[in-house]
Design a protein around this ligand. Structure first.
Ligand code: SF4
Length: 563
């Protein structure tokens, strides 16, 4: 009996650790392998690829990002090979198995951590008991007219005894191009009403020795990005410190680690250590703030001390070692448009490298979905179950926040406008960050090309024109930011400021100015091929030299009559 495990990842760089655990837990007992696809892959091609392997059983990992396409795939597979047995697992199916079994395409649903349950189910199927459903009674396994929602839980020390899912030969070739997902623990003790992790009880930890052994292997491999999946990495202070110490002691340039952290639990000692010992950009912390509105936090069951959280984040920002990513959620109970603005501005004021503005999703199985009526939620019935409006936010206001989110991605999270925005926050919009992104977004909406993907030049030009329309001229900062986006000489978004003929003539003149070349250790070739020339005024030029190694020389200001 041949079994294939599969899932559709959101992006090619993502990898499914769940699939790898299922594989290592069962590979010695069954004829089993795994194949990953990406949601943008053609569903017919995925079905062809899977059926070409001639499987008897396919196990599909179903999550919020792939549920629609996974169900389409299941139905296609079943229509092409009716005897194929389909087993679904994953967070999306675990809490409402009946919904998926009722589609008539899924044969079994495994709820919870399926590593060992899958083995039991495959044995039962292999022993030919399938067909006589009444004889199948495996905890956490549901099939039509037999629902067992018990969430399977595995012992992590038992998992640690399996062949490592981080050392698979299947990953040797491509590890450097993908994110490696890693677990040091499972479970979350918190009870946020919108989150499926709140339904698990207790937190379990992998043995430290096991963690170190696998991290050592990954550090020695060509992995470049490792993301810890732990829901609250620093819940156990000693455990987190031990892993941080290990990673700092084994630092390897070019490799980075990401963690989901609870900022209030950071101690001064830990922050001091990180700020002192950590190589820059080695760690990235994702910190969920979600809202600064107290009634909102109470309604979603989040006990938050924003003053402590903000103070700790500020210390990390000041230390400039950890890359910080702060999360906010729009559409939570009791948070109106005006109150959301306040949350946004308070969080943005911390000036983290990235602020992720997410939108509430009514996930299957969560208590907020169950209580949707209490807050007047209307939401999309199709995944990802985004809300349309609630008692506090209209559909129009939510749309406006979506536009802010897009503008935030383009102008802040991209990291391309640091000089411009730093200057902008000093002269205007201090504390009014939401208003700024909102106004830029509204300005974009008025452009004829609105809705299309803007080119980089357009993005700069639109911001320049938006600022000018508000009486703010930050051309110099924008130009500097613009050049920072490139490693080779580029056309400016302001190209029409100097004629091409004039520019070439200046390049020729400067390229033959031996004294100037000697002073700055430049050559005629560098001036002609690698140097951008901009007029500051009628007598002064700015030269930007793009070096062969991808860096840029400090800007050169040159007194040169332009004529
Ligand atoms: S949102 Fe984070 S802290 Fe809250 S239950 Fe989910 S994983 Fe835990």
């Amino acid at each position: 009996m041949k079994t294939i495990l599969t899932t559709l990842n959101a992006k090619y760089i993502h990898t499914s650790l769940a699939l790898r655990w299922l594989y290592v837990a069962n590979k010695d007992r069954f004829d089993i392998s795994f194949r990953e696809f990406v949601i943008r892959d053609d569903v017919h091609k995925i079905a062809n690829d899977l059926l070409a392997l001639n499987p008897d059983v396919i196990g599909i990992g179903i999550y919020i990002w792939n549920v629609e396409k996974s169900m389409e795939l299941s139905s296609l597979l079943k229509s092409r090979k009716p005897k194929l047995i389909l087993i679904a697992g994953g967070l999306e199916v675990s809490y409402e198995p009946e919904h998926f079994l009722n589609t008539g395409t899924i044969d079994f649903v495994v709820s919870g951590e399926g590593e060992f349950v899958l083995g039991e189910l495959l044995s039962t199927i292999a022993n030919n008991q399938y067909g006589n459903h009444s004889r199948i009674n495996i905890e956490s396994v549901s099939y039509p007219h037999h629902i067992n929602k018990m969430q399977a839980k595995v012992s992590l020390p038992k998992l640690a005894g399996l062949p490592s899912p981080y050392m698979l030969k299947e990953d040797h070739e491509d590890r450097k191009n993908r994110i490696v997902y890693f677990e040091a623990s499972r479970g979350c003790p918190y009870q946020c009403t919108y989150c499926l992790s709140s339904l698990e009880k207790g937190v379990r930890y992998f043995p430290l020795e096991y963690i170190f052994q696998n991290l050592k292997y990954l550090i020695g491999s060509d992995a470049r990005q490792v993301k810890f999946l732990d829901r609250t990495f620093n819940l156990n202070h000693e455990h987190a410190c031990a892993i941080f110490d290990f990673l700092i002691a084994t630092y390897k340039p070019g490799l980075s680690f990401q963690f989901e952290m609870i900022a209030e639990l950071l101690t001064d000692e830990m922050i001091y250590q990180l700020n002192e010992m950590l190589p820059p950009h080695y760690f990235r912390f994702e910190i969920g703030v979600q809202s600064t509105c107290e009634p909102t936090n109470q309604a979603i069951n989040r006990k938050q001390r924003f003053d402590i959280l903000a103070a700790n984040i500020q210390k990390l920002v000041d230390g400039q070692k950890v890359d910080l990513h702060l999360d906010l959620i729009a559409g939570l109970p009791y948070e109106s448009f005006e109150r959301f603005k306040k949350s946004f501005n308070e969080v943005f004021a911390l000036r983290a490298k990235e602020v992720q503005l997410g939108f509430l999703k009514m996930l299957r199985g969560t208590s907020i979905r169950r209580d949707a009526g209490l807050f007047g939620y209307q939401f999309n019935q199709q995944a990802p179950y985004q809300i349309i409006c609630n008692n506090y936010l209209t559909a129009g206001e939510l749309k406006r926040i979506h536009t802010v989110e897009q503008t935030l991605q383009i102008y802040w999270n991209s990291g391309r406008f640091v000089r411009t925005f730093t200057a902008l926050f000093d002269i205007a919009y201090k504390g009014r960050y939401f208003e700024l992104f909102d106004e830029i977004g509204q300005y974009h909406e008025t452009l004829p090309s609105s809705g299309r993907n803007f080119q980089l030049e357009d993005i700069f030009l639109h911001l320049y024109k938006f600022l000018l329309s508000n009486g703010i001229d930050l051309f110099r900062e924008l130009r500097e930011d613009y050049y920072s986006c490139f490693k080779i000489r580029t056309r400016g978004f302001w190209e029409n400021r100097m004629e091409k003929k004039k520019r070439n003539q200046l390049r020729y003149q400067i390229g033959n100015d031996k004294k100037f070349l000697r002073t700055y250790q430049l050559t005629r070739k560098i001036i002609e091929k690698q140097t951008a020339i901009d007029a500051i005024d009628e007598k002064n030029l700015l030269l930007t030299v793009f070096c062969s190694d991808g860096s840029r020389m400090n800007p050169l200001f040159l007194n040169y009559p332009i004529g």
